[in-house]
Structure formats: C-alpha cells, structure tokens
Write a protein that binds this ligand. Structure first.
Ligand code: GTB
Length: 216
C-alpha cells in the first residue's frame, strides 16, 4: 500500500531539506517506495485532524493503511524493517546499525539542536558567547567519536544503512558551521551520502514543495 507522509507546506528552512520529513523521503527513495505527501501548515498541525496522526502536532507522520506513525526514528525503522537494503542482514550487525541510528537521534542530534536553538533562546544573555563555546565543544565530543570510525570505513556499520541516513541528516544541520568544517572526513561522509541518487530525489521533492509555496 502506498504510504502518505506529512511535511511542511512552507518549510522555514527555505528548501534546505532540514525538516525531518527529509529522512522519511530519503528512506522511501532508498527502498524504492512511491509515496504521497500531505502538506500541512503550522496552524493545521495543531488541529485535531493532524493531532490524531501526531500527538505532539509535528511533522513527519507516516500513514500506510491502518497504520499511523509519528517520530522519524520509528518511521525509518518501520520502513527499514519492511524493505531490503536499509539494515544489514546479520542479526548482530543489524542491532549495531540500530544502535548507531539511536546514537544519531539521542546522542548527536540533541547537542546540535542545543547549538541551533541558542541564538533564539539566549542571544540577549551576558553569557551567550561563552555558552556557544561550550555547546560547540559538546558537539566536538560527539564528532570525535564518529571521526575514527568513518575514517576507517565508508559507512557506520557495513554498507550504507538507515544508521547513515539518520546520522547524515543530523550532521547536515551543522553543514556550513565552523565546527563541522574542522572534520573534513565527516564532510566527506556527508558528501558521499548526499550524492546518493535516493537522497538527491528526496531533496528535490522537498525543494519542489518549497518552491511551489513561494510561487503561491
Ligand atoms: N522527534 C521528532 C521526530 O524525530 O520526528 C521531532 C519532530 C519535529 O521536531 N518536527 C518539527 C516540527 O514539526 C519539524 S522538523 N516542528 C513544528 C512544531 O513543533 O510545532 C524540525 C525542523 C524544523 C525547522 C527547521 N528549519 O527551519 O531549518 C529544521 C528542522
């Protein structure tokens, strides 16, 4: 059954592909699954119809027949569990890939989000500049762990997997920042992942949505 996902009608990232729908689009493209997109705006996301899909009133969601899912991690694992190519075959390798997927979501992404949010929350505080230094250092402590692994291997666990898909969408959030620029091998990792045709198709699809919204 053809799934339907939700995405911003008018993404605040200007078509940069930073919304978490991008992960779902990318996974579906990797799996070769055609999908529909239900576009929602910020008001709509807090209305009962969308809250029935997502209790926190966010995107992305995933509908497939009777199944309605929220949380990008759960959606990616569902897709990976039903289509070959997004998780390793061996039981242990599969479990390790899932561990890296959770590391992207629970260990790396929170540090990045904190830095992203700081200008909105703390810019007027006297300690703002010092906080930025601390937050950047916290991100470095995560990247320092990824670095040796991705120097030795092309992907986090065997071949390209949902773990890389998740980690790369997380790292993309600091693309262009001086912190990530300190790690050329991680930039190369992001570049080889985003060069994948499935990523390119997913990126173009969300960009088309943004451009259509701009055109009115
Ligand atoms: N844990 C959830 C998941 O992984 O699915 C988090 C979902 C989430 O944060 N969704 C965001 C959302 O719906 C959109 S992706 N926000 C609206 C709200 O909470 O009311 C996060 C996001 C938003 C905007 C940018 N941007 O502009 O660059 C980047 C990422």
């Amino acid at each position: 059954m053809r799934p339907t996902i939700t995405a911003f009608r008018n993404s605040p990232d200007g078509g940069g592909g930073h919304g978490r729908d991008m992960r779902v689009r990318w996974a579906l493209e990797e799996a070769g699954v055609a999908y529909d997109v239900r576009l929602v705006d910020f008001d709509e996301m807090k209305q009962p119809a969308h809250l029935a899909r997502h209790p926190f009133g966010q995107i992305p969601t995933y509908e497939e027949g009777d199944l309605v899912l929220f949380e990008s991690g759960a959606i990616i694992l569902h897709i990976a569990g039903h289509h070959p190519g997004l998780l390793p075959e061996g039981e242990h390798a599969r479990a390790r890939a899932i561990a890296w997927l959770f590391a992207a979501l629970n260990t790396v992404e929170p540090a990045i989000v904190e830095l992203e949010m700081a200008p909105y929350l703390d810019r007027d505080k006297p300690w703002y500049e010092e906080r930025l230094v601390v937050l950047a250092e916290r991100i470095r402590s995560k990247l320092d762990v990824l670095l040796p692994r991705l120097r030795e291997a092309e992907w986090l666990e065997g071949g390209f997997s949902a773990a890389d898909l998740m980690m790369v969408t997380v790292l993309r959030r600091i693309e262009g920042s001086p912190v990530l620029d300190e790690y050329p091998d991680l930039l190369a990792y992001v570049a080889r992942a985003t060069a994948r045709p499935a990523y390119q198709r997913a990126f173009q699809a969300q960009l088309d949505v943004f451009r259509a919204a701009q055109a009115g």
